[in-house]
Design a protein around this ligand. Structure first.
Ligand code: NAD
Length: 296
């Protein structure tokens, strides 16, 4: 009897749950970008993105590669700057100054993390806000804060689009975000607030995390720990968005969510890989288009 009930529960869970296909939606976004880029090319504008990577972080190299592949797909020229691990903050800022002044460069992206001797916030401050395709310059951050989104974090915009594509309402919903980083979770929480969600931000010092996550209509995890979100943390019927990217010892990629167990509890869920990651890259391309329009 209990085996029967278990099977029924799992089957029911699967039927009611939908995996949000970030790969497919990202391809749609890239097609939109391609059309915009063709229009720029008719006006003799060659959209150009400069990507800077400092050091040898293996994961960062993969992210940069994915971004350059997306550039090729949509027709954006990509200038890659691979700087030595020992590059000083001053040298990095000098390169940013040069790119800021170069009218042929429309977007500047500094891949994080950077080596510890560099204060990344100092460097983000130096990127021309009109070329700041990651939205991390304090001016763009401030605009996001007051609800005047300009160039805004690609991951946040990608997640909003995933929800929109599935007709998942954000307005009035309880959105719980696990993580409070400047790069991912804070801009994401502001994006959700700007779209009238009620937001809760949880972090490593949150007391009784589960108490908060159980209230989520939309639960978003950006922690960076495999199997961190377990099924007992998820309300029945919730939407679960997994931002985490973790590499296991055997080399496989996974998110923060214990996918196989959690999927039976929720209405929608994203997978890793193939969820938020491709949307981040696609919205980087969107932001290049936005940056050009701001500079025209
Ligand atoms: P981070 O290390 O800066 O932040 C992690 C956050 O998790 C912190 O704010 C911390 O407070 C919180 N945290 C840690 N332990 C916790 C606990 N026990 N309980 C509650 N909260 C806890 O990382 P980040 O830069 O915000 O990135 C988060 C994850 O998202 C990483 O896996 C990263 O690789 C991934 N990421 C994915 C994309 C994408 O496009 N999918 C983009 C950027 C980052």
């Amino acid at each position: 009897m209990s085996v029967f009930l278990f099977l029924c529960y799992n089957t029911l869970g699967d039927e009611n749950m939908k995996i949000i296909d970030g790969k497919k939606i990202s391809e749609k976004v890239l097609e939109e970008v391609k059309t915009d880029i063709e229009k720029f090319k008719l006006k003799k504008i060659t959209p150009t993105l400069a990507i800077i990577l400092v050091g040898n972080d293996t994961a960062s190299k993969v992210y940069v590669k994915n971004k350059t592949i997306a550039c090729q797909k949509v027709g954006v020229d990509c200038q890659e700057y691979f700087l030595d691990q020992n590059t000083s903050e001053e040298e990095l800022i000098n390169l940013i100054d040069k790119l800021n002044k170069d009218d042929l460069v429309h977007g500047i992206l500094l891949q994080s993390p950077v080596p510890k001797h560099i204060n990344i916030d100092n460097v983000f401050e130096k990127i021309n806000p009109l070329k700041d395709v990651d939205g991390f310059n304090p001016i763009n951050y401030g605009k996001l804060l007051i609800g005047k989104e300009n160039l805004t974090s690609c991951t946040s915009l990608g997640i909003v689009r995933l929800l929109e594509e599935e007709n998942i309402e954000i307005r009035g919903k309880n959105v719980v975000i696990i993580g409070r980083s400047n790069i991912v979770s804070k801009p994401l929480s502001l994006c959700m607030l700007n779209r009238d969600a009620t937001i809760t931000i949880c972090h490593s010092k949150t007391v009784d995390l589960k108490e908060h996550t159980k209230t989520a209509d939309i639960l978003i995890s950006a922690v960076g720990k495999p199997a961190f979100v377990t099924s007992d943390m998820v309300k029945d019927g919730a939407v679960v968005i997994d931002v985490g990217i973790n590499r296991l010892k055997d080399g496989t990629l996974c998110g923060d969510v214990d996918f196989e167990k959690v999927k039976n509890k929720c209405s929608y869920i994203t997978k890793v890989p193939g969820g938020v990651g491709p949307m981040t890259v696609a919205y980087l391309m969107k932001n290049v288009v936005k940056a050009i329009n701001l500079q025209l």
